[in-house]
Design a protein around this ligand. Structure first.
Ligand code: FES
Length: 85
């Protein structure tokens, strides 16, 4: 199980956290990973200064932009899943 927490605080909201949540939800469904990925939102994680939206994967921070959400999913999320298996 991989735990993904997307910041939906105001700064990240402006940077597109909503699109990122939607894209991740779509990718999780598409890859039939509903039971392997726990996707949730959280308020400000104190990473506002980063260029993208703060997304934690198993507690590790990543800076993600809507246009890089696909790469982030393939790289970080799928990699973490494979490592957990
Ligand atoms: S609003 Fe997302 S880290 Fe602060």
């Amino acid at each position: 199980m991989v735990k993904i927490t997307v910041c939906i605080g105001s700064s990240c909201h402006l940077k597109g956290s909503r699109q990122i949540v939607e894209q991740l939800q779509r990718l999780v469904k598409l890859n039939k990973l509903d039971s392997d990925v726990d996707l949730s939102g959280t308020f400000c994680m104190g990473q506002c200064a980063d260029g993208g939206v703060a997304v934690a994967v198993n507690g590790e921070y990543h800076s993600v932009r809507p246009e890089t959400a696909g790469d982030f999913f393939d790289g970080v999320v799928v990699k973490s899943l494979n490592a957990a298996m």
